[in-house]
Design a protein. Structure first.
Length: 242
């Protein structure tokens, strides 16, 4: 009986000794994951007051092109109609949701569309913190970060960052560079027609041009211009206007 007890204890000791490295590995992996999550949270929170100096996509384009055109401009120095045109073109319910437009998602699924449900907040998260491309990991991170941005940034700040990091032509980033590139004026001087043309370019600047729009793109521009006027009167612009 004594021998069996000693043997059992020895086996348990051996098993515990074998599991100890696994437990230690799990603890370190958990610490690494929590550490990365904390760093990501601090990164997201920092952009409440710090203007994003660059993005992964900007760096990739700079390596490919050799140089990019970009100049930051605060929201108060952007023509208000440009803010409204961007919302009308990309996310008409921007003021009504908390990062995810469930109605747009349902419509996109029902119609089998490949795109159309991504909100401005989601696009900011993708452009500012993640990488371009389709992958489950990127979409999962986008889904996790988007609510944090909505809870900690103002809607005006989200739109401000969006317009300053979006690409409007190959290597042309931000609304200030875009206004000068296409029209030779600053972002504060954009007319409603010019704002609609720039908003039409989003989010496919390499396939569309605000300088020489096609007939279909001109129709889209007219819709955006009307939409910008509509949200100015029906209250869907109140969350980002002074």
């Amino acid at each position: 009986m004594v021998r069996k007890t000693k043997t059992t204890r020895a086996k348990r000791s051996s098993t515990a000794g074998g599991l100890a490295p696994l437990r230690s590995l799990r603890r370190w992996l958990l610490r690494i994951v929590l550490g990365l999550a904390l760093l990501l949270l601090l990164w997201v929170l920092s952009y409440v007051v710090i203007n994003p100096p660059t993005t992964l996509y900007m760096q990739a384009e700079k390596r490919y092109l050799g140089e990019i055109d970009r100049e930051w401009v605060d929201a108060e120095d952007i023509a208000p109609v440009m803010l409204r045109a961007a919302v009308a073109a990309e996310d008409a319910n921007f003021c009504l949701h908390m990062g995810f437009d469930l109605d747009a998602i349902k419509t996109a699924i029902d119609s089998g569309a490949n795109r159309g449900a991504s909100t401005i907040t989601q696009q900011v998260v993708k452009n500012a913190f993640l990488w371009h491309g389709r992958s489950w990991l990127r979409k999962a991170l986008e889904a996790l970060i988007t609510p944090v941005v909505e809870m900690t940034w103002s809607k005006r700040r989200i739109l401000e960052v969006y317009l300053n990091i979006a690409e409007f032509d190959e290597g042309v980033f931000g609304i200030e560079a875009a206004a000068r590139h296409y029209f030779g004026i600053g972002a504060e001087s954009l007319s409603s027609a010019q704002a609609a043309r720039l908003a039409m370019v989003l989010p496919a600047p390499k396939a569309r041009s605000a300088e020489a729009p096609t007939a279909a793109q001109r129709r889209r521009i007219a819709v955006i211009e009307d939409g910008a006027q509509l949200i100015a009167t029906d209250g869907r612009a109140t969350c980002f206007e002074d």
